[in-house]
Every structure is written in structure tokens, then in C-alpha cells.
Design a protein around this ligand. Structure first.
Ligand code: ADP
Ligand code: NI
Length: 215
């Protein structure tokens, strides 16, 4: 089992060598570590959890012309190459295919305990202190403004109302990051998410205070 993991680590590091900072090898490493931590309580299949965590972002559609199948396809090819048994490989590929935030609203989509563990770990890396850093990194990468009171979600602007412009990064907190704690699957995931959520709320309160010239 360890040799499959070692080979996958080396492969993912190589593929993500030039990745944007929010999606780099360190993101993968954090998700992997967190997933194994969550799995201490969940006791899902550890090989599947590890391989899915390691391979979940090898081809993000956001950076691949929107092709949703490129990631699962690359993972499948690689797992076959290193001769991971087909039952485990198919499971990993399904996790990668159905784990995204977008697919998570499709009730008919694939699910398993292994997927729930990895999905929780990935979502946890989008919230809290690291989540804040990743959001602003992504926003900077896309040349977004930090915040704009004229298109603030707090003032009731919706995604539709700024479709023609590009949303400031603060808006992303309201569109996604603050929603994640209620989408957690596992007990450990929920517990971690609650603390990280509270930290983001504190951060946003302070952000608006400073924006308004307060201490
Ligand atoms: P994942 O690692 O779960 O695949 P995503 O690919 O959706 O997550 O996003 C990666 C990181 O980039 C996350 O931390 C997410 O919050 C951030 N991000 C994605 N879209 C935006 C956006 N429009 N503005 C700011 N941050 C974003
Ligand atoms: Ni990810």
C-alpha cells in the first residue's frame, strides 16, 4: 500500500510544480493530513482516502478550460499505470469526479464514507485562517479587488447583480466560504468547521471595522 502512496505523492508534486499558491502541493498535503486525521474516527478505507486526497486537484477545471473530466481521466490513467487494484482505483476516480462544490448539490451523485472524509478535509482548507489566505491569493491571481461596498453582499447585492463585473474577494465569503460549515459530512469535520467558521466571522467583523476607519 505504501508504495502506491509514495508514487502518487511524487507524481502529484511534479504535476503541481507550477500551480497557483491556493492549489499547490501544500494544499494537497494539508487536505491529505486532515483527511487522515478525520479518518481516525471514521475508519474508512485508508488507501482510498489517501489516494483521493492526493489526486483530487490534479486538473482543476478552473485552470483547464472548464473540462470537468480531465481530472478524473488523469487520475484513472495514473492509478492504472502504478497498478492500483481496479476496485480502489474506480472508487478514487468517482470521489474526484463528484467531490466538487458544484456537484455536491446533485443528490443522485456518487457518495461514500471515503468521499465524505476527503470532501470535509478539502472544505476545511477553504475556511479558517488558511481559507482566508487562499481566497485572497485566488482573488489576486484573478486581479480582483479585495472589497467594494457598492457591490457588497452585505448590502443585499446578489451574484446576478454583479455578473457583468468581477466580484470582490470578500463576496466569495458569502457565496461559498460561510456556507461550508453546514455542508460538512462527518462529526470531526463539523467540529473543526465550527471553530474555523467563527474565526472567519471575527475576521470579517474586524475587516469592516478597519474599512470604516475604526480601530
Ligand atoms: P478546492 O480546493 O476545494 O478544489 P476550489 O477549487 O473551489 O477549492 O477553490 C480553491 C480555493 O480558491 C479555495 O480556497 C476557494 O475559496 C478559492 N476561490 C475559489 N473561487 C474563488 C473566488 N471567486 N474568489 C476568491 N477565492 C476563490
Ligand atoms: Ni482542493
Amino acid at each position: 500500500m505504501q508504495h502506491w502512496i509514495d508514487k502518487t505523492v511524487a507524481h502529484v508534486k511534479a504535476v503541481l510544480q507550477h500551480a497557483e499558491a491556493g492549489h499547490d502541493w501544500f494544499h494537497i498535503e494539508r487536505v491529505w493530513k486532515t483527511a487522515l486525521g478525520i479518518n481516525k474516527a471514521e475508519r474508512a478505507d485508508e488507501l482510498v482516502v489517501s489516494l483521493a486526497a492526493l489526486l483530487h486537484d490534479i486538473a482543476d477545471p478552473k485552470f483547464n478550460g472548464g473540462d470537468e473530466e480531465e481530472g478524473p481521466r488523469m487520475a484513472a490513467r495514473f492509478l492504472e499505470e502504478i497498478a492500483v487494484p481496479p476496485s480502489a482505483a474506480d472508487h478514487v476516480v468517482n470521489i474526484i469526479r463528484f467531490m466538487s462544490f458544484k456537484n455536491s448539490f446533485d443528490k443522485s451523485a456518487f457518495s461514500s464514507l471515503e468521499m465524505q472524509v476527503v470532501q470535509d478535509a478539502d472544505r476545511l482548507d477553504a475556511i479558517g485562517a488558511i481559507g482566508i489566505a487562499r481566497a485572497f491569493t485566488y482573488g489576486g491571481f484573478k486581479n480582483r479587488t479585495i472589497y467594494d461596498p457598492a457591490i457588497s453582499p452585505v448590502a443585499g447585492h446578489t451574484k446576478e447583480s454583479y455578473k457583468q463585473t468581477t466580484a470582490p474577494t470578500i463576496n466569495h465569503f458569502y457565496e461559498k466560504l460561510l456556507l461550508l460549515k453546514d455542508l460538512m459530512n462527518t462529526a470531526t469535520g463539523k467540529q473543526f468547521a465550527a471553530a474555523r467558521h467563527e474565526f472567519m466571522q471575527t475576521y470579517l467583523d474586524q475587516f469592516y471595522r478597519e474599512w470604516n476607519g475604526e480601530a
